[in-house]
Design a protein around this ligand. Structure first.
Ligand SMILES: [Zn+2]
Length: 319
């Protein structure tokens, strides 16, 4: 009997162990099932917050709507996938073969900060230079601006007394000039759009006046571009000075207007296109009056990092 009782106690204990192990496993299993649901719940709850952050980023940049929209679309899935992962928050993977993937790698290799995540094929980034002709390109819609910005209306039909530019840069250009005037300075929009045939005539005249045939000075830098190679034909730029000059030269950099324009251009989406010391890269002589529109985000990156358009686009693999 005693033996029997002992066996019973052992059996009972064994049952107890089995039962508690079973209960323990049940609880663990329940937890594992429950956790992902809770994570998913918190992700869903935080999604509207992320949308707000993205739209804030969009409105903070007065860049072209199309560009910022693309950026937001690209960011949205990356942010979510980051949250789904562990607390290590791995960086979203960017295909190294895409323009932005190339820009990330090239910027890192050159010790530059993270470049803007942009659609490099967008109109603001069109490259025109001695090696990149736009042939007989014509802008879709021109805007004619008052040369001293005494009037700030935007006329869209031909007006020979006004400065023509691509309609898409009319508003930022007016804001830029008005900012300069608000600082107590004068502005003069001396040259905007020039057609292919205008540029051909310009080229011929300047070459004749300087006794040259290729448009280049003795250092091999363009002083006038062949037709098809001028940024003025693209109409996304403007020569801005304090007053009318028959011939513009580097001394314009000493004017208060130039100094204000140079300091504030990026805030309005413009860059100094042909800076001093970068003539071998742009192929063009120093032109402190020539400002090119690229949008605020890119203008700030280029200006802060002293990059020409050639160098900036080169990061993205544009050659
Ligand atoms: Zn110019």
């Amino acid at each position: 009997m005693r033996k029997n009782l002992g066996t019973r106690i052992i059996l009972a204990l064994l049952m107890l162990v089995i039962l508690s192990s079973y209960l323990y496993l049940q609880i663990q299993g329940y937890r594992e099932l429950r956790l992902p649901q809770e994570q998913a719940g918190s992700l869903a709850a935080s999604a509207p917050g992320q949308a707000v952050v993205l739209s804030q980023t969009q409105s903070a940049s007065p860049n072209a709507a199309g560009t910022t929209l693309d950026t937001a679309e690209l960011h949205a899935p990356a942010v979510q996938s980051k949250d789904r992962g562990s607390t290590a928050a791995p960086e979203p993977t960017v295909d190294p073969e895409t323009p932005y993937g190339k820009a990330l790698a090239n910027a890192a290799a050159q010790g530059l900060p993270t470049p803007p995540d942009i659609d490099i094929t967008s109109w603001e980034y069109t490259l025109v230079n001695g090696e990149h002709s736009i042939d007989r390109y014509e802008p879709e819609q021109l805007a004619y601006l008052h040369q001293t910005l005494a009037e700030t209306d935007i006329q869209t039909s031909y007006n020979g007394n006004r400065c023509p530019v691509d309609l898409r840069i009319a508003e930022p250009l007016i804001a830029f000039g008005q900012g300069c005037k608000a600082a107590g300075l004068t502005v003069f929009l001396s040259s905007g759009y020039r057609s292919y045939s205008d540029q051909a005539a310009n080229f011929q005249r300047i070459c004749q006046n300087n006794g040259i045939s290729d448009g280049k000075d003795s250092a091999g830098h363009y002083i006038t571009m062949p037709a098809g190679c001028s940024e003025h034909q693209l109409a996304l730029c403007c020569d801005i000075t304090d007053r009318y000059y028959q011939i513009k030269n580097a001394s314009i950099e000493q004017t208060a207007t130039y100094q204000w324009l140079n300091e504030h251009c990026a805030e309005y989406g413009f860059v100094q296109r042909f800076p001093s010391g970068k003539e071998d890269i742009t192929g063009v002589m120093y032109e402190p009056w020539h400002f090119r529109y690229v949008g605020v985000e890119v203008a700030e990156y280029m200006t802060e990092n002293h990059l020409t358009l050639e160098e900036f686009l080169g990061l993205y693999g544009v050659e």
